[in-house]
Design a binder for this molecule. Structure first.
Ligand SMILES: Nc1ncnc2c1ncn2[C@@H]1O[C@H](COP(=O)(O)OP(=O)(O)OP(=O)(O)O)[C@@H](O)[C@H]1O
Ligand SMILES: Nc1nc2c(c(=O)[nH]1)N=C(CO)CN2
Length: 473
């Protein structure tokens, strides 16, 4: 494909042959029981017109994925014509024909799903430890606390940016290594929000980022710091442990539906149970935004309908991409700063991927009850109108988190549920670490480092806060 063709556009003609079971529709005579060719034509049109491709083969394959997103379609043959192809001897029709079926689609969507190790239980992990090594019973997450005097989310990590990206001898910049590889041609940035508030939260979030990172059709661009916030609850919902959340920004050749299916599978593999809305969860992945696209179907609404009021989405997103905006032009950083829950980020960790990507999630066994807490967590309701009680970050850090305190007490009393909630049994790292980044740059990979992070007594936060403030200058 020539450069001018990509810039000026060109005409394509797609012949699409579907393999569909027509038996049901033949009996019912209902349009809903078969594939509506008008809907399909619109979809194929939006795939071809809405993306930039280098090769006819890429266009054809992307159309095949879009067609097979409808699981009633068993197989598809696509012949894609370019009637005005410039072959150097005058325009002539050039075409590519491909055939794809459901089993190809399943592999395509879950390329790694079939290869990755089976989820392991916390018990397996404990057994798998190196000789004599005790699982770390310390609270592993809080390594850095927000600077209480930060001016805005966009400014928050500015001081960190250079250090984060200074390349040392043993780091490889993925962007440079990739320079020789073909570039992904899909330009829209996909913004995903990851969250977890039960089980091995940090472990499972790192695993999920690793799964996205190693999917051959996904190019990971950015991962935000891991932020901790009180659970936003529906009115009347029982208290829950605090959430850990992060934003991942990527581009992909998967269709939105295929990406969604992949992320839903990750949630299931991490042990997500179906049930109550907004129940505590070991892994949640939402698609927050896709470039400036705005649309809705029966499974997805883009942008995510509740993203604009969630500090655990806007905060880490703004820290990662200071220029990010919603399709209406509003800056994510401004929206984060305007939220009444702005100060609810009790801590954030910019180095949370340093230990690399675990090979498998840690799953709390199906029969285990979801842990219950006898002491209330901070409860905020997720509507901007009801402003939650606000405490300063400093206050929050000085008081011990009530849920953590409660769980530590329960741990002392030998309560195993509390142990799993305290995220105590992270696997050793399996692959190079991706550092979180704080501006729109390529992900930096460096060799794995291991080590445990001790619980910090509250008084140590003061020195962290002043160090952070120093760094921010
Ligand atoms: N942008 C989106 N990203 C992810 N899921 C979405 C999106 N838009 C709509 N959904 C739908 O939401 C469903 C998830 O519902 P569920 O009750 O589990 O939501 P949740 O993740 O618990 O809460 P929330 O969507 O408020 O974060 C998905 O099955 C999906 O169909
Ligand atoms: N802090 C926080 N609260 C939540 C979250 C979340 O990710 N973080 N997700 C929810 C349902 O998706 C409900 N409440």
């Amino acid at each position: 494909m020539h450069e001018w063709e990509r810039v000026q556009g060109q005409q394509f003609i797609a012949d699409i042959e579907l393999s569909v079971d027509t038996e049901v529709a033949a009996h019912s005579d209902e349009l809903d029981d078969t594939v509506n060719y008008s809907d399909l034509a619109k979809k194929v049109h939006s795939i071809i017109a809405g993306n930039t491709f280098n090769l006819l083969e890429s266009v054809a394959q992307r159309v095949a994925v879009g067609v097979l997103d409808d699981e009633r379609i068993l197989a598809v043959k696509i012949t894609l014509h370019k009637p005005a192809a410039d072959c150097g001897v005058g325009a002539s029709d050039v075409s590519v024909a491909i055939e794809r079926d459901r089993s190809w689609y399943a592999d395509y969507v879950n390329v790694l799903g079939s290869e990755s190790a089976e989820p392991s239980s916390p018990e397996d992990e404990a057994e798998g430890n190196e000789a004599g090594e005790e699982p770390d019973s310390a609270m592993p997450v809080v390594v850095s606390a927000p600077n209480p005097s930060f001016a805005s989310f966009a400014e928050l990590l500015k001081g960190d940016t250079e250090t984060d990206h200074a390349q040392t001898d043993d780091e490889t910049v993925v962007g440079e290594a990739e320079a020789e590889q073909p570039h992904h041609i899909f330009t829209d940035k996909y913004v995903l929000a990851l969250g977890a508030n039960i089980g091995a939260t940090q472990h499972n979030l790192r695993w999920a980022v690793g799964q996205l990172e190693s999917h051959p059709l996904i190019e990971l661009l950015e991962v935000s710091p891991l932020v901790k916030t009180p659970a936003a609850l529906a009115p009347g919902q029982a208290p829950q442990p605090d959430y850990s959340n992060a934003i991942v920004i990527l581009t992909t050749e998967l269709s939105v539906e295929a990406l969604f299916e992949f992320t839903q599978n990750l949630e299931v593999k991490a042990g997500r149970r179906l049930g109550e809305h907004w129940q505590p969860r070991p892994l949640d992945i939402d698609i927050i935004a896709i470039g400036n696209q705005r649309w809705q179907n029966d499974r997805l609404t883009i942008p995510h309908p509740r993203a604009h009021e969630r500090i655990f989405v806007l905060g880490p997103w703004a820290m990662t991409d200071q220029e990010a905006s919603f399709p209406d032009g509003q800056l994510v950083a401004d929206m984060a700063d305007a939220l009444p829950t702005r100060d609810d980020i009790v801590s954030f960790d910019t180095d949370w991927l340093a230990e690399g990507f675990p090979a498998a999630p840690l799953v709390v066994a199906e029969e285990d009850p979801v842990p219950t807490f006898t002491q209330a967590a901070d409860v905020v309701t997720e509507t901007v109108k009801s402003v939650p009680r606000r405490r300063s970050i400093r206050e929050r850090l000085q008081e011990k988190d009530p849920v953590v305190a409660q769980m530590e007490r329960e741990l002392k009393d030998g309560n195993e549920d509390a142990k799993s909630v305290l995220n105590t049994a992270d696997l050793p790292a399996q692959s190079p670490a991706v550092r979180t980044s704080t501006s729109m740059r390529r992900v930096v990979v460096r060799p794995t480092t291991t080590g445990t992070i001790p619980i910090l007594p509250p008084e140590d936060f003061d020195s962290i806060i002043s160090d952070e403030a120093e760094k921010g200058k």
